[in-house]
Design a protein around this ligand. Structure first.
Ligand code: HMG
Ligand code: MG
Length: 294
């Protein structure tokens, strides 16, 4: 049985742009986010409050958050790595924040400069601070299905990190296929294992489409009862600290499949396509999305 309703969480302005070589002006980011707000989607991760030396593409996070038009009913979220980032996110009045870490040591170290165990207290402080400021907190676990440095990631590591995040107080954990290596059979196995410990309704999938398997993996997620999926308009995206990582599943490709399957998302396809064409023009190169090529 497939769900008849799914929430798409748009991560294009964050994951989608963080790895782009060409710097996208604040003005264009703001215009794009405003267009996305008018598509009917109800969740947009607009930027991240990480160190600008690590992610120069999003160094204008404060300005982006200040300049976008906030549409009622849309949750505006941002990625936050530590208390310094939280301070800025709170000052910028985001609705929600996301914390993130990896299930594999090497990627965690390359991405946020700490061991897994040393990351827990940092995120704990962030989650505590955000919750007491009245903000909801989402958690990401990266490299769930494979690590660019370590290869296979043991399920017990995924469980340990996921469990810690829930203990801290995140309402949802998004399972990241950071480098797009998951296959449908593995997806089935991992979700079957995780649903023994965690409620499926508090899990989301964050699939990168590096090897073209993201839609197939989405279908497995749907059959397992997952109803929250992250995606990026245009198929933009990738983590600069994960070798070989490329774009997220394209929102318009995901939306197309869901619509054809009569699964409701609340998103207007034509408006979404206009937002995809807009950012493709700004970035000035063909984006990976299939729908953009039709
Ligand atoms: P660090 O160098 O270890 O930080 O970086 P530190 O705590 O030692 O501080 C060093 C300096 O940075 C200090 O300044 C801090 O104030 C400053 P100084 O005193 O030397 O002048 N600093 C900051 N400045 C601005 N904003 C901050 C901040 N924090 C410290 N938030 C840190 C550690 C986590 C900051 C760094 O490694 C970092 O920013 N990493 C972010 C990497 C990133 O954004 N990666 C991509 C996102 S994750 C992803 O894409 C995966 C995901 O999509 C899911 C999936 O696909 O699997 C989510
Ligand atoms: Mg990602």
């Amino acid at each position: 049985d497939l769900p008849n309703k799914v929430q798409i969480k748009e991560v294009g302005p964050r994951d989608g742009l963080q790895n782009e070589r060409k710097f996208i002006s604040t003005e264009a980011k703001v215009e794009w986010i405003n267009q996305l707000s008018e598509t009917g989607m109800n969740y947009i991760e607009i930027t991240s409050f990480v160190h600008p030396k690590w992610i120069p593409a999003l160094c204008d996070a404060v300005d982006v958050a200040a300049q976008i038009k906030r549409k009622k009913g849309v949750t505006y979220a941002a990625l936050v790595p530590n208390s310094k980032g939280l301070e800025k996110a709170l000052a910028a009045n985001l609705d929600e924040i996301s914390v993130f870490m990896s299930a594999s040591e090497t990627h965690n170290l390359k991405n946020i400069n700490k061991s897994i165990n040393n990351t827990f207290p940092v995120l704990e402080e962030v989650v505590k601070g955000a919750l007491s400021a009245g903000k909801k907190v989402r958690g990401y676990v990266s490299t769930v299905f494979g690590c660019p440095y370590e290869g296979v990631v043991p399920l017990h590591s995924v469980k340990k990190v996921t469990n810690k995040l829930f203990e801290m107080g995140v309402y949802e954990v998004s399972l990241g296929d950071t480098i797009g290596v998951a296959n449908p059979q593995q997806m089935e196995t991992v979700l079957t294992e995780l649903e023994k410990t965690f409620s499926v309704s508090s899990l989301a999938l964050h699939l990168h489409d590096t090897r073209g398997m993201a839609l197939a993996n989405t279908l497995v997620g749907l059959t397992k009862g997952i109803t929250v999926f992250d995606s990026a308009v245009g198929g933009l995206g990738g983590c600069p600290y994960a070798k070989g990582a490329s774009g997220n599943i394209a929102t318009e490709d995901l939306l197309h499949m869901l619509q054809e399957m009569k699964i409701d998302t609340g998103i207007d396809f034509d408006r979404l396509m206009n937002a995809a064409k807009y950012i493709e023009k700004i970035i000035d190169k063909p984006l990976p999305s299939r729908q953009l090529k039709l």
